[in-house]
Design a protein around this ligand. Structure first.
Ligand code: ADP
Ligand code: MG
Length: 482
């Protein structure tokens, strides 16, 4: 039997407002527990929530960024349930009239094909607090700093067909919200959390199979692994004569284990109703126009421009346009070096390798775009070879010098382009490798190309990598071939 996977995602995105969605308490991450939860966040009797206009604006920008309808009248509702991290006894969210209606997010797959994933809607809501189970012997602690942090929950149509598409979608969404500046994109701090709905059906069948939902995946890698595992579990189950039951599941990224959390029968009836403390949000045209005018260039447009203006390949443009910080760095390095292709290669090569090794983001890079641009300039004008440039980069990374020119000067790395000096060096190499020279001259033409590599290597070694490799090659050929 051939199986087809069907996936729909629900994504919680924390909005990058300074204060909470219904109160003036700070949203900053990492504060001492319970120092950033005010009476409103705790839902103490008599409080009145006031909606944060910036959260509304950010949700609208998200809608504009995915070509969605914006619902000009949208309503907050109470979703009632008990949980220790929700002292109010209800979550303020949107159900019937969410702020963002249907839209789409387009993804590019590894084979270069593109696909449009429909967004069903996105709504505004508040985050809950956190239960802390470590450090408390036989008890749990509650930290309400996160309570009331603004979220948008984005719900896709079940348009995704495999883990690769799901990851491509998640990365694209990350790119959209960070480009818009509405989310810091820090998944390790829970700024974006993915719930994956997964079902399988025999290939060719029209109806969807029964789905399960795996909640709160906070990395692309965990999401991919959770999907692959769940698809396998469902197929095995059905092929063994069992049936998939609709349930909520948990996946532990650290252990790779998955388990059931609750079945549909145990699901709550949340008794939603419009929040009597909050007026409907009415968005007028002037507000929409103002936000439209503030919209940054979105990743798809940026990618197209990088291809058209800089002649980048589709692949390079996709990577360099994916997040705002990388795109900015690339454009600044290109301005400084006047070479887009070399800038792209260095950013995706040496720079990204060093950033990964040190687990830092591009905005924290000790080698700035201007410094990299200056380095690339010296490769282009033959002051240094590409190989020496890596040495210079390393020195810049260590912070010993602040420009490539300074490193080249201080360490004497300037490339040797003086014909006389190179000739002298070559003569010495040929003299001390007489046997190899004899072998070379005795070899047929088609073997010589390979054999010359040995001499080039010796010359580069003798010059400590500083001889211009093109000149070494050329002069060597003249001398050996006679
Ligand atoms: P509910 O109202 O019960 O939350 P929804 O229809 O809103 O269900 O769907 C929630 C999520 O599950 C959406 O992302 C949707 O695309 C996805 N989904 C719905 N049915 C399936 C299915 N059979 N297989 C996989 N995903 C599904
Ligand atoms: Mg739902």
């Amino acid at each position: 039997m051939q199986w087809e996977t069907v996936i729909g995602l629900e994504i919680h995105v924390q909005l990058a407002t300074k204060t909470k969605i219904f109160s003036g308490a700070s949203t900053a991450f990492g504060a001492t527990p319970n120092t950033q939860a005010c009476a409103v966040d705790l839902g103490l009797p008599g409080i009145l929530p006031v909606v944060n206009e910036e959260a509304i604006n950010m949700a609208i920008k998200f809608g504009l960024g995915i070509d969605a309808e914006i619902n000009k009248v949208n309503v907050f509702e109470r979703k009632n349930y008990f949980y220790p991290d929700l002292p109010k006894g209800y979550q303020t969210t949107q159900l019937e009239k969410p702020i963002v209606g249907a839209g789409h997010v387009d993804i590019t797959l590894a084979d270069g094909s593109t696909k449009s994933i429909r967004i069903h809607h996105a709504h505004l809501e508040e985050d809950a607090g956190k239960s802390l189970h470590e450090d408390f012997h036989g008890m749990s602690g509650i930290d309400l700093n996160r309570a009331g942090t603004p979220l948008i929950e984005i719900v896709t149509e079940p348009d995704i067909r495999n883990a690769e598409e799901a990851v491509a979608f998640a990365k694209k969404l990350h790119s959209i919200v960070t480009t818009l500046g509405i989310c810091d994109g820090d998944m390790s701090q829970g700024s974006m959390r993915f719930d994956v709905n997964v079902s399988v059906r025999p290939k060719g069948q029209k109806e969807f199979g029964t789905r399960t939902e795996t909640k709160n995946l906070n990395s692309f890698k965990f999401m991919e692994a959770a999907i692959l595992k769940e698809v396998e579990r469902q197929i095995d189950l059905i092929e063994d004569g069992g049936t998939v039951i609709q349930e909520t599941r948990l996946y532990n990224g650290d252990t790779g284990e998955a388990r059931s959390m609750r079945s549909k029968e145990e699901a709550n009836d949340y008794r939603y109703f419009p929040c009597p403390d909050l007026l409907p949000v009415i968005i007028d045209d002037s507000c929409l126009e103002k936000l439209q005018a503030e919209m940054p260039e979105m990743p798809d447009a940026k990618k197209a421009r990088f291809i058209a203006d800089f002649g980048l390949s589709d692949y390079d443009a996709e990577i360099l346009s994916a997040d705002q910080a990388t795109a900015n760095y690339f454009e600044a390095a290109t301005r400084a070096s006047d070479d887009a292709k070399l800038s792209a290669n260095w950013i995706m090569g040496e720079l990204s390798k060093s950033l990964n090794q040190n687990s830092i983001s591009i905005t924290e890079s000790p080698v700035t775009a201007d410094m990299l641009g200056g380095l690339i300039k010296r490769i282009k004008d033959n002051t240094i070879s590409g190989k020496i440039a890596k040495e210079v980069f390393e020195v810049l990374w260590q912070g010993e010098c602040s420009t490539a020119d300074e490193v080249i000067e201080k360490k004497g790395l300037k490339q040797v382009t003086d014909t006389g000096a190179i000739e002298a060096m070559i003569d010495e190499v040929l003299a001390s490798n007489a046997q190899q020279v004899e072998n070379y001259r005795a070899a047929p033409d088609d073997k010589r190309g390979k054999m010359i590599g040995f001499f080039v290597g010796q010359c580069m070694k003798a010059s400590k990598g500083k001889a211009n490799p093109g000149m070494v090659n050329q002069i060597l050929k003249q001398k050996l071939d006679g």
